[in-house]
Design a protein around this ligand. Structure first.
Ligand code: S3P
Length: 194
């Protein structure tokens, strides 16, 4: 069984994922980093050279590969939940957790995060606050329908968020190590819905 973190940009998927993985003694995979290693390009370069739609194909392929793995903690990119079949595949063998963050937290973290310059190309030509407001509204239903557990991350340290997730995992009978987890198995192909 994998543990899959979804949520908007700067919701804490990577930092929470790393800490959660080390606490659970599981390997951690960050989807954006995986794509960057595979292509030798930064996410921003992929957007600039080939466009967002091409990035979405690479992202869908990467997540389909990850859905076949087991015992991992996986941090997805902020747009991954828009792909219904990707989420369905990940769900078969994974617990999908939504890290929720509000507009002000996302904006503050985005502006403070140096990785943003290479990792997070603008999705629209709008002013950042407007873009975040619009994209959060658009994506919220996708995050909500994909996830079985939601953690509110605003003004919470990583350790507290990780603690809430591990408590939830205990209720699902998930051990602190991947051995013994029961997989749900299977692959459903991939298809974008947005
Ligand atoms: C994206 C979020 C980014 C990255 C890409 C697109 C998005 O990941 O996948 O820039 O559409 O929200 P993070 O959520 O890790 O910032």
């Amino acid at each position: 069984m994998n543990i899959v973190l979804i949520g908007f940009r700067c919701a804490g998927k990577t930092s929470v994922g790393q800490t959660l993985a080390s606490r659970l003694h599981r390997p951690f995979i960050d989807c954006d980093e995986y794509i960057e290693k595979k292509t030798g390009l930064s996410i921003r370069e992929i957007f600039e050279i080939a466009g967002e739609q091409y990035f979405r194909l690479l992202e869908g392929d990467a997540l389909s590969e990850m859905a076949k793995l087991d015992g991992r903690v996986i941090a997805t990119g902020g747009g991954a939940a828009l792909r219904y079949k990707t989420m369905k595949n990940l769900k078969r063998n994974g617990i999908i957790i939504h890290l929720e963050a509000n507009l002000d937290s996302v904006l503050a973290r985005l502006q403070a995060d140096v990785k943003s310059r290479t990792r997070r190309p603008s999705l629209t030509e709008k002013d950042p606050r407007e873009e975040i407001r619009e994209q959060l509204d658009l994506r919220r239903p996708y995050y909500q329908s994909a996830a079985e557990f939601v953690v509110h991350t605003d003004e919470k340290p990583v350790d507290v968020i990780v603690g809430e997730i591990t408590e939830y995992l205990k209720t699902k009978g998930l051990s602190s190590t991947p051995e013994g987890d029961q997989g749900r198995g299977g692959d459903d192909g991939d298809e974008a819905v947005a």
